[in-house]
Design a protein around this ligand. Sequence first.
Ligand SMILES: Cc1cc2nc3c(=O)[nH]c(=O)nc-3n(C[C@H](O)[C@H](O)[C@H](O)COP(=O)(O)OP(=O)(O)OC[C@H]3O[C@@H](n4cnc5c(N)ncnc54)[C@H](O)[C@@H]3O)c2cc1C
Length: 500
Amino acid sequence: MPDTAILHQPPSVKTEHFDVLIVGAGISGVGGAYHLTQQRPGTSFVVLEAQDYFGGTWWTHKYPGIRSDSDLHTFGYRFKPWRSAPIATAGEILKYMGEVIEENDLARHIRYHHKVRSASWDSQAALWTIEATRTDTNEDMVFTAGFLWMCQGYYNHTQPYTPQWPDMDRFKGTIIHPQTWPEDLDYTGKRVVVIGSGATAATVVPAMAPTAAHVTMLQRSPTFFRTGRNAIALAEELRTLSVPEEWVHEIVRRKILYDQSVFTSRCVNEPDTVKAELLGAVRAELGPDYDIDTHFTPSYRPWRQRIAFVPDADLFKGIAGGKASVVTDHIDRFVENGILLRSGQVLEADIIVTATGFNLNVLGDVAFTIDGKPLVFADSVTYRGMMFTGIPNMVWVFGYFRASWTLRADLVADFVCRLLGHMDKKGAHQVQVALRPEDAAMKLLPWIDDQNFNPGYLMRGMHLLPKRGEKPEWQHNQDYWSEKDAFPAIDLDDAAFVYR
Ligand SMILES: Cc1cc2nc3c(=O)[nH]c(=O)nc-3n(C[C@H](O)[C@H](O)[C@H](O)COP(=O)(O)OP(=O)(O)OC[C@H]3O[C@@H](n4cnc5c(N)ncnc54)[C@H](O)[C@@H]3O)c2cc1C
């Protein structure tokens, strides 16, 4: 394939060719770019990013206090030490990613303002044709690539999820979703109601409380939180001993991952004890008279939904200090001056923040066709949550719910580089996964077991996602601790991989 070829486009549209095309310059896409340069130095590649900057999630979200809820030793890449407090602001994460880009000369591979619209696979040519639109100039762009690496994340970056409540238009104040935060919003002295109680609400409430008149977190049902100091004692101790940062990073990663695996199995084996500990920590912050049962005691067992970490107990300090409060009730409808609850109470507000989550976005809203046929993604079966039956030469990155996303982004990157090397060795131009004869009777199930994990955006979008099988290789098992050993051991000559 020549570097520049004209395909079926109007003569004015130049087509550029790359061995690999990465969609998205978030933590996964930038990581993919790094791993390609390190593990496959001769491979040509481009990263197409719809936004005007790298960072993905950490660039999209600009609400007050925006920060990670997992620690940056594991949310950071395994190859670049994290040197600051474990829970980091979006600004700190962007700085870290910027350093990765600069130190590894990755900027020349990234094209901003490139929104990928379609991807068409041609088995004859063993080639993807990718159409993109420049979001700044409206220009159409066409690329071809041998391999597609989908790092587009899991939610729509421009259209957040806001439920429609009755009479929303009657409310005279301002309604804002945290994903589309107006940077000039002045909330000094304002009464704010934040709808939701996930990680975003738990961040926004304490961040706004000092400036606002009062912030109320309105939740339908309570959520589990963990709280503690935003510091890792082991990291501090190792630094006191002048242990090199590379070592600190690796040791602290291992410690965190070990602690998390213990915590996860405790949530399964002794959920009541874990629940009592989590609630005890909240009670210690809010005092014996606070109604923990109503506002902080979920009905589900710990870990069925992601447990947000509240660094330095800031949410609870806001509540204890009287600038923030929690109301657990259902919305009846919006009224001119706030929200009428089912209990009959009116929550008066100048600003309502709808921290109500995302719209799941599988495959970045890209229209896929395989040999001229539109792809029905939900009809495919996933190989370890990264490849899919019927879709050749494509891997996507879908991280973990309960461990840091980047742990899996690094593992998938190793897999992609190894797979590309294997194809080179075999002289193959196409690889796809296919159910083997021994998989014929395998039961096909929804993407995720909703008894195990059931956040709203996944429940709303499950019908769009591929199926999983009963066997470990045909599912995204959400378990870093088994995948860290299983991924490097994947036999690329297994009959599940079909090469041409
Ligand atoms: C507020 C918030 C906090 C979070 N905190 C944590 C945390 O602490 N720990 C954790 O593990 N996870 C966290 N997550 C989950 C988080 O999204 C992932 O961990 C991680 O950032 C995802 O990285 P990504 O690069 O895969 O995707 P994203 O960050 O979603 O980036 C995808 C990029 O792809 C681009 N893109 C999408 N479609 C197209 C297209 N068609 N064409 C071109 N470009 C496209 C987008 O513009 C975006 O820049 C958080 C999520 C949110 C929303």
